[in-house]
Design a protein around this ligand. Sequence first.
Ligand code: PEP
Length: 252
Amino acid sequence: MRVPLIAGNWKMNTTVSEAIELVNEMRPGLDEITNVDKVICPPFISLAPVRELIEGSSIKLGAQNIYFEERGAYTGEISPLMLADLCEFVIIGHSERRQYFSETGDIVNKKIQAALRAGLKPILCIGERLEENEAGRTEEVVTEQLRSSLAGIDYLSSLTIAYEPVWAIGTGKAATGEQSNETISLIRHNISQQYGKRIADDLRILYGGSVTAENAAEFINQPEIDGALVGGASLKAAEFLSIVKQTSEIKQ
Ligand code: PEP
C-alpha cells in the first residue's frame, strides 16, 4: 500500500513573513489529515522559520533544489548536508531548473545521488515538452529522463517520482487523469523492468501540472497516481487543504 503524498512547491514566491503567514494558515487543517503525507517546499530562506512552526505537526518539509557538492567554494549554492539538517524532502530536476538553469540529466543524476547520500528523500521531476508530446514522443522522453536521472542508483526506497508534463506546468492546462495514469503506468513498468516489481509497486509516482482543488480528484482517482506536486494552488491555504482532503477521502 503506497501512502499518498501531496507536495506544495511554492517556487520563488513568499517572503519569509508571507511564508510564516501561509504555514500558520495551513497547519491546523493539514494536521488533522493523517493518511496522506503532506510536504511543503518553501524557498530556502524560509526553511528554518517554517520548520520551527511545523515542529510537532505531521507536516513535512522539503526544499526546491540542492547542489551536489557537500561543501566548498560554490558561491550561492546550498549543499545536501545543510538541507539534511533542516528538511526531509528535496525536489530535483524540476522542469523550470532544466529550462532556465540548464540542468542536464547528468546534473540531475548527481543531485539525486548527493541527496540520497545525505539521507534526503528526492522528488524527481520528469516530463515531456509540448512539441515532444505532439510528436508522440512522451514515452521515449520519460524513459530517457529516467535512465539519465537514475544511472548508477540502485536504491530507490526513499525516492518519489513526479510526472510533470512541461506544457501543463503553470499554464492552467492540465493533462487528463487518463493520459497521466497511462504515462505513470509506463514509468512504473520501466522501473519494474530495471529494479524489479516489488520496488516498482512500492514507488510513489505523483502527477504535477496545473492541479487545482477543482481538478485534483480526476488525477487522484487514477489507480497509478499516488498524489500530486502542486505549484500555484499550494500558495492558497484553503485550496491546498482541499486537495489534501480530497486525496485523503479518495485514497482511504
Ligand atoms: C510545479 O511547480 O511543479 C507545478 C506543477 O506547478 P503548477 O501546479 O503551478 O502547474
